[in-house]
Design a protein around this ligand. Structure first.
Ligand code: 5AD
Ligand code: SF4
Length: 471
């Protein structure tokens, strides 16, 4: 314990998506601004906050297990404060204290401003405090207004989350109004709310000042940016002549923050792939040739039941527009296997469409019924063994496809943003291309994480490229 030194230390453990990673970074800065410092390790921390995910049951089980373990650790670490936030906090409300009685506090993902106060009260001995999300996220408020302002803590939060320092995230759209039948997100992240472009620019600038060169703009359904209860300010022109909010935002951020050499946005939706967006991706140099475009299924019958709002041909049309309009684009996806009623034919349709779309990478999820969603009302009738088999089949397909697509990079010279020593083998370094492909290479003298370098590609595996730094 470091209480003796007078500054209690904290650690944040993050599950789930990039939005949670971003939220954890903001929470860390809130605590630093309030006078706490980041612990060298979770074991040494006086305060541990778990940022949770609800998207599948397994994700929730992990967070609950972690919280129980932390509370049990109080036997050896009396006074340890254990808190919860994120999507599961919202889903369980104050019911979480029945599952984890030792919890000090729990608060929703949009209630982060209360964290310092909760910590203070918990250190004074209060327990089981629950703070739900406010009605609105507090538009106009910058999430960076809480930063320590001098870049301290940067290494802390980035290194601990295993995230490269030069890559960063900024939320542009809170919540989600779509009602996909299987998805818990609208329940736990609330209504869609687009953030003000001026605030977004300010936050991206702050990330750049802290060393970010690759910034990803986040929203659960990011292409809905500016579509609800929002008017793009007349005072911000679009020299490139865009009329839609997301292309205008990309243009604005690229123009205002040139230090950010790479701009991305995620997650996409095929209905949001417009001619303007494709033009923005092609003509704004900072915008990367990369899009994560969840497909979920290739079966029109299942897509209808999921209420995704598109069929497989509309999805493939979006892919065609992107491939024709954006040279060398990498497209990645999410797919759910074992949705209720998914037959062998439905599954084969998914395999076929994945092949036609020629995905660079795919994340495959076994369907998990979530309480309160519409699909949870119908029987989860695909046996787990069959879900596993379908998962394996899609991954094997993707491996073969990934190899084929990656082989095409051999012989080319690509620019990478250097991440530093590779996770598998610290004597080799890795970096990422504009397409977000991982490239492994031997470092050269004077090379640092966060540098840009050219690498000539000599080898490929389904998820990795290998090469030599070009002099
Ligand atoms: N079961 C399994 N996977 C799900 N996803 C969302 N909800 C569920 C669920 N109930 C997947 C989707 C989404 C990704 C983040 O998680 O593929 O794109
Ligand atoms: Fe998980 Fe979805 Fe919440 Fe992200 S938004 S943490 S994926 S439930």
């Amino acid at each position: 314990m470091t209480l003796a030194s007078g500054r209690p230390t904290f650690s944040i453990h993050t599950y789930g998506c990039q939005m949670n990673v971003r939220d954890s970074g903001v929470l860390a800065r809130r605590l630093v601004a309030a006078g706490y410092s980041e612990a060298a390790s979770e074991d040494a921390a006086d305060i541990v906050v778990v940022n949770s995910c609800s998207v599948r049951e397994k994700a929730e089980d992990k967070a609950i297990g972690k919280l129980l373990m932390l509370c049990a650790a109080r036997r050896d670490r009396p006074g340890l404060v254990v808190g919860l936030t994120g999507c599961m906090a919202n889903r369980l409300g104050d019911g979480v204290f029945k599952k984890v009685p030792g919890l000090s506090f729990s608060f929703g993902p949009r209630a982060g401003a209360v964290l310092p106060q909760l910590v203070e009260r918990a250190l004074a001995g209060e327990a089981q405090m629950w703070v739900p999300d406010p009605e609105r996220a507090g538009e106009g408020a910058s999430e960076n207004g809480v930063s320590a302002g001098d870049g301290r803590g940067r290494e802390g939060d980035a290194a601990r989350s295993g995230r490269p320092l030069a890559q960063s995230f900024v939320t542009i759209l809170y919540g989600c109004n779509q009602r996909c039948s299987y998805c818990i997100v609208p329940f736990v992240r609330g209504r869609e709310e687009s953030r003000d472009p001026g605030v977004i620019v300010e936050e991206v600038r702050e990330e750049a000042r802290r060393g970010a060169r690759d910034v990803c703009l986040l929203g659960q359904s990011v292409m809905r940016y500016g579509k609800m209860g929002f008017k793009w300010p007349d005072s911000i022109p679009s020299p490139m002549g865009f009329t839609e909010p997301l292309p205008r935002l990309l243009e604005l951020v690229a123009r205002e923050v040139p230090e950010v050499r790479r701009l991305r946005f995620t997650s996409g939706h095929p209905l949001g792939v417009t001619d303007e967006l494709v033009r923005a991706m092609r003509e704004i140099p900072a915008v990367c040739a990369h899009l994560h475009l969840p497909m979920q299924s290739g079966s029109d019958r299942i897509l209808r039941q999921m209420r995704r709002g598109y069929d497989s041909s509309r999805y493939l049309e979006a892919v065609r527009m992107l491939r024709e309009g954006v040279p060398d684009i990498a497209i990645t996806t999410d797919v759910i296997v074992g949705y209720p009623g998914e037959t062998a034919d439905d599954f084969e349709a998914t395999r076929r469409i994945m092949e036609e779309a020629a995905f660079d990478n795919a994340f495959v999820f076994k369907y998990s019924p979530r309480p309160g969603t519409d699909s949870a009302l119908v029987e989860d009738d695909v046996p787990d063994g069959e879900k596993c088999r379908r998962d394996q089949v899609l991954l094997a397909d993707q491996d073969a496809r990934g190899q084929r697509l990656n082989d095409r990079w051999i012989g080319r010279n690509v620019e990478v943003l250097v991440d530093g020593p590779s996770l598998r083998n610290a004597s080799r370094w890795s970096g990422r291309t504009e397409q977000n492909k991982i490239v492994v290479f031997d470092p050269v003298d004077g090379m640092n994480a966060g540098d840009f370098a050219f690498v000539s590609i000599e080898g490929a595996r389904p998820q990795t490229l290998f090469g030599t730094v070009a002099r």
